[in-house]
Design a protein around this ligand. Structure first.
Ligand code: TYM
Length: 327
């Protein structure tokens, strides 16, 4: 069974984009392989964050994983910082990724753009090094992510090629897996921008009440005209809502277009809101139940042990290859 690996950074409130592009996808693929799913809390330190907020968000992500149906008996769920091999491997791998390629990463460019150079932490720059360590540490072949993380997975692939050329077949080649529909959910207030944890306007948070979610969808920015048609270039607002509807209902774009032929934006938005509420109502109830049950701590504790044992094997292999291991 191939290993599957992915993570979410607990920096803010998770969005419907994280749900569709990542969490829902994880629960869909979990039984096709052996999943290692973690909370990237070390990555959350790359930009300033309040310690209590980080602590709460981290446990929240774990609770959302479980609420989405991830089965802790099958999927290993853990906190990145609980498993020291991630940091140990990152320190080694930083020597095989270069300043030039790191400075070309879109995420780094976006995040550092408005910052003064003196204020940009080394961790933000080296973010993809730790991420490459996360990825190769479990010999995972499949990395389910949203579109915005593909560039980082590609960099990890370059690293694997480079490392194996030098030391032999030490690392397993990973591959980004992006959902056909829903790989990039856009903001409801500006459908030319990605829905993101740090852009509060027009984004649906998993912590929003069902009413607020409905309201946000009903007031989503739409496009000129009145046709329900998938055309991201000319109709980014409607296309984004169609993507949300399609990924939650399983209906194709053609089916949706047919269903709403001759109907207006109002009817269509109501249908999108209904689909979101239908999906989120049981999910949010499950989340509350899990938070109240105290299950999260137990899952994270057991997950960390399993993750450590699995990752230690790869770390040792790397240490031996580069000459750090004495035996
Ligand atoms: P993060 O926390 O930004 O996002 C978590 C996952 O959600 C996806 N995503 C989206 N998908 C569709 N539409 C959106 N609007 C949207 N916004 C976010 C992301 O693509 C991602 O899959 N660096 C990673 C965390 C990480 C990681 C890893 C992932 C650390 N190490 C190793 C995979 C493998 C991150 O910050 O994701």
């Amino acid at each position: 069974m191939d290993r599957i690996l992915s993570g979410i950074k607990p920096t803010g409130q998770l969005t419907l984009g994280n749900y569709i592009g990542a969490i829902k996808n994880f629960s869909r693929v979990q039984y096709d392989g052996e999943p290692f799913l973690f909370i990237a809390d070390l990555h959350a330190l790359t930009l300033p964050i309040d310690p209590e907020v980080l602590r709460k968000n981290s446990r929240d992500v774990a609770a959302y994983y479980l609420a989405a149906g991830l089965d802790p008996k099958h999927s290993t769920i853990f906190l990145q910082s609980d498993v020291s091999t991630h940091s140990e491997l990152a320190i080694i791998l930083q020597n095989y990724l270069y300043m030039g390629e790191l400075s070309r990463m879109t995420q780094f460019k976006d995040k550092s753009q408005k910052m003064k150079e003196e204020a940009i932490g080394l961790g933000l720059f080296a973010y993809p090094v730790l991420m490459a360590a996360d990825i190769v540490l479990y010999d995972a072949k499949r990395i389910p992510v949203g579109e915005d993380q593909v560039q980082h997975v590609e960099l990890a692939r370059d690293l694997v090629k480079r490392f194996n050329n030098r030391y032999g077949e030490v690392l397993t080649m990973p591959r980004a897996e992006v959902a056909k529909v829903g790989k990039r959910i856009m903001s409801l207030s500006d459908p030319t921008k990605k829905m993101s944890k740090s852009e509060p306007k027009g984004d649906i948070y998993l912590s929003d009440s069902l009413e607020v979610m409905r309201k946000k969808i009903m007031s989503a920015v739409t496009d000129l005209g009145h046709e329900i048609k998938y055309d991201p270039e000319n109709k980014p607002g409607i296309s984004n809502l169609m993507t949300i509807l399609s990924s939650l209902s399983g209906k194709s774009f053609e089916e949706i277009e047919k269903e709403f032929e001759g109907k207006g934006y109002g009817d269509f938005k109501r249908a999108v809101a209904d689909a979101v509420v239908k999906e989120m109502e049981p999910f949010k109830a499950k989340y509350e139940e899990i938070v109240a049950s105290g299950l999260v701590d137990k899952v994270l504790e057991e997950g960390a042990k399993k993750a450590y044992d699995a990752s230690k094997v790869v770390l040792t292999r790397v240490q031996k290859a580069v000459g750090l291991y004495r035996k």
